[in-house]
Design a protein around this ligand. Structure first.
Ligand SMILES: Nc1nc(=O)c2c([nH]1)NC[C@@H]1CN(c3ccc(C(=O)N[C@@H](CCC(=O)O)C(=O)O)cc3)C=[N+]21
Length: 298
């Protein structure tokens, strides 16, 4: 029996992008220019090229300015920093995103720390991580913020709920836990060294799976009625006769459907939210930089 609701991240993301598009003209009128997002792509990784192309398209569609910078995989660290410095100083650039991972040999952390925290639309700078942890206004990583939006849309007030975040990355797990804590959840962070992981997950009203292991969270790990956010995007090996393997999350979705109240699919769940929140963060950063009020209902 399957009763779970599929959380349509693609539709929610489309709605968010539409609200952003509607909010851009007010910014433009007051600031005298459109919000600008600079995306830096180093190297030729095909998956990264696809992501960057879709970010570019979405940025233009929202009425914002998109600046793309492509550098060769063997670029010197100093040259990359010189570009970041230029973007930091450029008044028409409100957001800077350096597509990750960077090719081997480059110091990723040093690059992220070189970004002006007020332009750090990925929310990866320690200053933004610290602001988030301290409950201050912060640019917040896109994937966890998008996940939180879906949770609040599904559940309303999250106060008092038991949340388990599986995965402790800087990009997703840690900021996700901070966001849930700020919504008054009781938060448990689980990871590869957690003992009795299935039993830990069984306690949760909210499960956020962000471990990067295909279908690791099984159906019988889930408390009846739990709401599940599946952050994983894993490409399975191609079956004979297929050119590409299937895309699956970190949760065994088909099994989970028999247990949970609602779950995000892969694809079409959290993934599309990531780009929509990137645009949201760009407009938020632009408004703050221009001394304008934070746009409402974004
Ligand atoms: N500095 C930085 N910031 C990022 O936010 C960042 C990054 N680097 N590097 C790569 C990852 C990956 N990422 C995704 C964005 C959208 C989808 C997305 O829209 N996925 C769709 C389609 C997936 C498909 O069909 O391939 C879905 O899940 O439905 C996925 C993955 C952002 N990333």
């Amino acid at each position: 029996m399957t009763t779970a609701r599929i959380i349509d991240g693609k539709a929610f993301a489309a709605g968010l992008r539409e609200r952003i598009r509607e909010a851009v003209p007010a910014f433009q009128k007051q600031a005298g220019r459109a919000p600008g997002l600079a995306v830096v792509l180093v190297g030729e990784d095909p998956a990264s090229q696809v992501y960057v192309a879709s970010k570019h398209k979405a940025t233009i569609a929202a009425g914002m300015e998109s600046f793309e910078h492509r550098l060769p995989a063997d670029v010197a660290q100093d040259d990359l920093h010189a570009l970041i410095d230029r973007l930091n100083a450029d008044e028409t650039v409100d957001g800077i995103l350096v597509q990750l991972p960077l090719p081997k040999g480059l110091d990723e952390k040093a690059v992220v720390m070189a970004i002006d925290p007020d332009k750090d639309v990925d929310g990866l700078h320690v200053i933004n991580a610290g602001r988030l942890a301290n409950g201050e206004e912060a640019l917040t990583p896109c994937t966890p913020l998008g996940s939180l939006m879906l949770l609040k849309d599904t559940l309303g007030d999250l106060t008092g709920l038991d949340a388990v975040v599986v995965g402790r990355s800087i990009l997703v797990g840690k900021p996700m836990a901070q966001l849930l804590l700020a919504e008054n959840c009781t938060v448990t962070m689980a990871h590869s060294r957690t003992r009795d992981l299935p039993d830990v997950v069984r306690r949760a009203d909210i499960v956020v799976a962000a471990v990067g292991r295909a279908e690791m969270v099984k159906g019988d790990w889930l408390k009846p009625g739990a709401v599940v956010i599946d952050v994983g995007i894993n490409r399975l090996e191609a079956a004979p006769g297929e050119s590409k393997g299937r895309l699956v999350g970190d949760v065994a979705t088909a099994e989970a459907m028999d247990h949970v109240r609602a779950i995000t699919p892969v694809p079409g769940g959290v993934g599309p939210m990531t780009i929509a929140v990137l645009l949201r963060n760009t407009l938020v950063a632009a408004s703050a930089r221009a001394g304008l009020e934070k746009p409402e209902n974004l």
